[in-house]
Design a binder for this molecule. Structure first.
Ligand SMILES: [Zn+2]
Length: 363
């Protein structure tokens, strides 16, 4: 199976020709669904599927040039370059970055000939990754069976039904990274959760002029290329399981002496976490909790302090007043992680007599 995309784009603003195209699109989508099913595809709301094939190196700077004799007009060149910047800046992962450079080994072409299918207004080929890619855009006015292609940027007066060249190019750069088309909910209610879409929306339908990769695009990029830093947020299109491990500096102390609790927050080692497996998760809110021995409900005592030197590490020192069980607890907020807590740690507190206490642990 070639990596080359079979693309079909349609207007959704009620143009009479859109109906016939929609029927054709149904067939194209059916094929895509079957293809994704074979690859173990994602559900709606889930990360874009992976196209497979080789990845770029983490943060690889990929340079492209216009194909000789098929350089785009200035308005299209600007849109493609802007999309390359959009993809690079909003990838939220250590995926490749794209920019136009002199002598770039990757090639982008405008107008005929293209490598696109009959229905495609743009397409790509990433089979040579991580060495290079190819990308093609049909020319303004190209005649499809549904009518003449209109790129919004190439119109003297913008009009509904045009396709935004920057958005379409962003979809293509997403493919070049490794992204397959997002599997939307049946009612398309999550269309705005991905830019890499089997059906692009013409102006003014939702998502027609996206300028940034969306959560279900970056979710897949994070799964394949990892996050940019250990503090970076996880895409909200993910639900990555986490694990907290914790230790106490002592399990038995005198009243008045202190105990230091140290916790480590990571993603789990599950292979389904792919590149995110066992990643440290830094600078989150990790709480120290306690409960009376023999009970089940936990009470938060304090927020642990994030380490500035050890990634994913948190610590706090307290002076327990009685014997309790303790744990470190993580509840995510605004990102695609699953809550977790450490195993319980019992710290016995007892009275002290004689010199040396309260700082001397019970032997
Ligand atoms: Zn696409």
């Amino acid at each position: 199976m070639s990596d080359r995309e079979r693309r079909l784009r349609r207007s959704t603003w009620g143009h009479p020709r859109a109906r016939a195209l929609l029927a054709a699109g149904g067939a194209a989508l059916l094929g895509a669904t079957a293809l994704l099913g074979a690859a173990g595809a994602a559900l709606g709301h889930g990360p874009d599927p992976s196209l497979g094939g080789r990845l770029w190196a983490q943060d690889q700077a990929v340079g492209y040039a216009w194909k000789s004799g098929q350089a785009p007009p200035a308005w299209m060149a600007s849109a493609i370059d802007a999309a390359a910047a959009d993809a690079s800046l909003t990838r939220a992962a250590r995926a490749a970055t794209f920019s136009r450079v002199t002598g770039g080994t990757s090639v982008i072409a405008y107008g005929e000939p293209t490598g696109c299918s009959a229905a495609g207004i743009a397409c790509f080929d990433r089979a040579a990754a991580p060495a290079s890619f190819k990308m093609w855009f049909r020319a303004q006015g190209f005649s499809f069976d549904w009518g003449a292609l209109r790129w919004c940027q190439g119109l003297s007066v913008i009009a509904n039904g045009c396709f935004d060249a920057e958005t379409v190019a962003l979809d293509e750069f997403g493919h070049v990274e490794v992204l397959g088309h997002h599997a939307n909910n049946p009612d398309d209610s999550d269309y705005d959760q991905a830019v890499v879409q089997a059906v692009s929306h013409a102006r003014p339908a939702v998502g027609w002029n996206a300028r940034a990769l969306a959560p279900c695009d970056t979710a897949r990029l994070q799964l394949e290329y990892d996050r940019r830093t250990w503090s970076a947020l996880f895409s909200t299109c993910l639900a990555v399981p986490t694990a907290v491990t914790a230790t106490a500096s002592a399990t038995s102390v005198y009243v008045g002496s202190s105990v230091r609790f140290t916790a480590s927050l990571r993603t789990t080692a599950a292979t389904s976490n792919r590149a995110l497996t066992s990643d440290p998760i830094s600078n989150r809110v990790v709480r120290l909790q306690r409960r009376t021995v023999g009970t089940t409900a936990w009470t938060t005592v304090a927020t642990m302090t994030a380490s500035t030197t050890t990634e994913g590490s948190y610590a706090i020192t307290i002076s327990p007043t009685a014997t309790y069980e303790w744990r470190a607890s993580f509840t995510p907020s605004g990102e695609g992680l699953v809550a977790s807590g450490s195993a319980a740690m019992k710290v016995t507190v007892s009275g002290c007599t004689g010199t040396g206490c309260p700082s001397r642990p019970i032997p």
